[in-house]
Design a protein around this ligand. Structure first.
Ligand code: NAD
Ligand code: ZN
Ligand code: ZN
Length: 343
């Protein structure tokens, strides 16, 4: 099978042996794989900084159909449409039993890595899934929509769910970065809460998308200082929730300055910047969150919202052989929404 492999230096399309499922394992025919900004972060780091073995097949947003079932699996049949819940945990701790494998405290030390972010991923024709428990049925959803929902959708949903108590009537939510994750977070805030959404992006196309998806106010950070605009929009109070899907020096400093006392700062982006957390440096009584991916139950909810038509992933499709071109467009800001590769 063909697969996009990262060897520590470059990402290339290679030929690999077709995977064979052991007991309890499942092999999928990949029908769609979403490309995430985290792939660029991972492949941009020095090879020796990675805790996982190389080469690695990329791709952590995966939809597929069941190709082959290992021994002992019930409840799934060849041809079933599924998506992969990607943050793989130990499967045996309190968090994993609760479906929160994204927060498994043992995974890293037991060298269990997430799909496409340490374990071989689905930017390939086939994917070996080590346990059927990582699969969620995706009947009735176009795989090009379903794949990005497993990370861009799930991570955005988890972040919004955690901050939701602060998104009351009359509140303001500032969304920094309306890319793959941000454009879904924006829709979720509008659909699930009465909060007003102020969306910010440096890209004109992303700002157009934000406006089309229902953002109440859309700001260009290169035209006027975001902090001043947010202050004006909130009568000087600041935003009740700031969701930063970039985490660069620029966005994180805006995030802290724009946050109201008692507000919630939700840092989802894994950019290079950090923020000092202390009573003296943060708005009074504020909360800082750093959500990671999301639990399995949230993925089921995200898929349900998609089936209801409440969540639209804005996608650009690429054939498998052109994933490198899609990554290059992502790197240079030439993509809107999510790039999805179809093997
Ligand atoms: P993306 O490239 O699709 O979107 C990023 C958006 O931010 C783009 O629209 C870009 O124009 C915009 N942007 C860049 N600089 C900006 C600035 N200074 N001000 C305003 N907007 C700016 O990326 P994505 O795939 O949506 O990922 C977003 C971030 O979330 C990445 O850092 C990624 O690694 C991270 N991520 C985190 C988790 C998690 O679990 N915490 C999960 C997935 C992705
Ligand atoms: Zn991701
Ligand atoms: Zn665990």
């Amino acid at each position: 099978m063909r697969a996009w492999e990262y060897d520590g230096q470059k990402v290339t399309l290679v030929e690999r042996p077709a995977p064979v499922p052991g007991p309890g394992q499942v092999v999928l025919d990949v029908t769609a794989a979403g490309l995430c900004h985290s792939d660029l972060t991972l492949t941009g780091r020095p090879a020796e900084s990675h805790p996982f073995p190389l080469p690695l097949v990329l791709g952590h947003e995966v939809a597929g159909t069941v190709r082959e079932l290992g021994e002992g699996i019930t409840g799934l049949a060849v041809g079933d449409p599924v998506v992969v819940h990607g943050p793989w945990g130990c499967g045996e701790c309190r968090r994993c039993w609760a479906g929160e494998e994204n927060l498994c405290p043992r995974a890293a030390r037991e060298r269990i890595f997430p799909v496409g972010l340490g374990a071989d991923g689905g930017l390939a024709e086939q994917l070996l899934v080590p346990s059927a428990r990582h699969l969620v049925r995706a009947d009735g959803i176009d795989p090009v929509q379903a794949a990005p929902l497993t990370d861009a959708g799930l991570t955005a949903f988890n972040a919004v769910r955690l901050c939701r108590p602060a998104m009351a009537e009359g509140s303001t939510v500032l969304v920094l970065g309306v890319g793959g994750l941000g454009h879904l977070a924006l829709q979720l805030v509008k659909h699930l809460t009465p909060a007003r959404v102020v969306a910010v992006d440096v890209s004109p196309a992303a700002r157009d998308l934000a406006a089309r998806l229902g953002a109440d106010v859309v700001l260009d950070p290169t035209a006027a200082p975001v902090a001043e605009e947010v202050r004006a929009l909130t009568g000087g109070d600041g935003a009740d929730v700031v969701m930063d899907f970039v985490a660069s020096e620029l966005t994180l400093s805006d995030a802290v300055v724009c946050l109201a006392p008692g507000g919630e700062l939700c840092v989802v982006g894994v950019g290079a910047a950090t923020v000092p957390v202390a009573v003296k440096t943060m708005p009074l009584g504020s909360t800082v969150r750093t959500p990671y991916w999301g639990p399995r139950g949230d993925l089921e909810e995200v898929l349900a919202l998609s089936r209801q038509g409440a969540l639209e992933v804005h996608t650009t499709e690429f054939p498998l052989a052109e994933a490198d071109r899609a990554y290059e467009l992502m790197r240079t800001g030439g993509l809107v929404g999510r790039a999805v590769v179809r093997p």
